[in-house]
Design a protein around this ligand. Sequence first.
Ligand code: GDD
Ligand code: MN
Length: 373
Amino acid sequence: MTLDGFIGTAAACPELSIVVPCYKEQPNVRPMVDRVAAALPGVAWEIIFVDDNSPDGTADAARAIARVDSRVRCIRRIGRRGLSTAVIEGALSSSADFVAVMDGDLQHDQTILPTMLAQLRANAADIVIGSRFVSGGSSAGLSSAMRHRISNLGIGIAQYALPMRITDPMSGFFMVPRASFEQIAPRLSGVGFKILLDLILSAPEKLRVLEIPCQFHRREAGESKLDALVMIQFGALLLDKALHGYVPMRFVAFAGVGAIGMIVNLAALWAGHAAGMHFLAAEILATILAMLFNFQLNNRLTYRTHRLRGPRLVRGLVLFMLVCGLGAVANVGIATALFSHAAHNGLGAAAIGAAVGVVWNYAVSSTLVWRTV
Ligand code: GDD
Ligand code: MN
């Protein structure tokens, strides 16, 4: 075939890309495409499913439709998890004028898509959000009273961090010009679930926000992926934005785990003492216990993306204990030296010693134990 043949068959780029992050949403894929198609007559749209290698065949379901309908695309990520990063990668694969982000579980009301698009076409706003809390919207689809309470708490915290008033900053349903998404993309944290909040807090200039009432439907199939980790990630996102990205969130998590480990250490020491153990024996036992605790928590939380299992877990644990043992020696050494040389400020010397210790432990854990780089 000649080049002319290709040019002759080329179709124009869609005006609107709808990015749908999905994990285990296989039964919802087909109805999602049908509903979007029905909601957008006369609009050149495409839908981009971004699936994190779901075991239920979500990507296969999307690709089966894509083979007969070129408006449907699928990005399958392997060895990755995360709603926000899925959205970022989906949006960056678009060449359309506008990008919408929508859940893949049919909870967002697709019938407001044309209104969102009309507002952006008219340049009435920089971002249009589907809100459950402006008049006409509803959050009835949240599964329990507990979910309502958690949601309200999150909204309150987010509103405090925002430069403008938004009734539903936790919404996962919005539309932006692609050019603006691309401009903000390098500044995004990409942590957790709250990509809308991330976008607004990362924008170099204050965005003109427009909220449109949206019904939040009850989930029909599959289950929510919101869990305790997602809530911790929400805190990490806000902290990352407050620190302007200068301190790695992984370091904050590592230091936090270390602080909890210190409490474990002291509690164990106290228990050993109460049980009549010799001080040195109790101290050694308490230190080992705290290290085991820290290692487990770091493996599951701080380094969950590089989690060690099986034989690598044992090797990692031994290395971690050696590394932290050296860190502890350095900590005590520096604190003692500073204490004797610098005005006998015990608290200051201990703080500097601990800071050097935690940076050392973090650097070696990241490179040698969990090998993140
Ligand atoms: N690719 C990918 N990877 N997709 C994910 C992941 C992931 O790790 N985790 C969740 N998703 C997808 C889900 O499959 C779904 O399509 C969408 O992201 C939202 O996830 P749900 O688990 O259904 O979230 P929810 O219903 O609890 O929360 C929704 O409502 C909130 C408002 O209360 C989301 O839209 C939130 O963004 C929104 O804030
Ligand atoms: Mn949902």
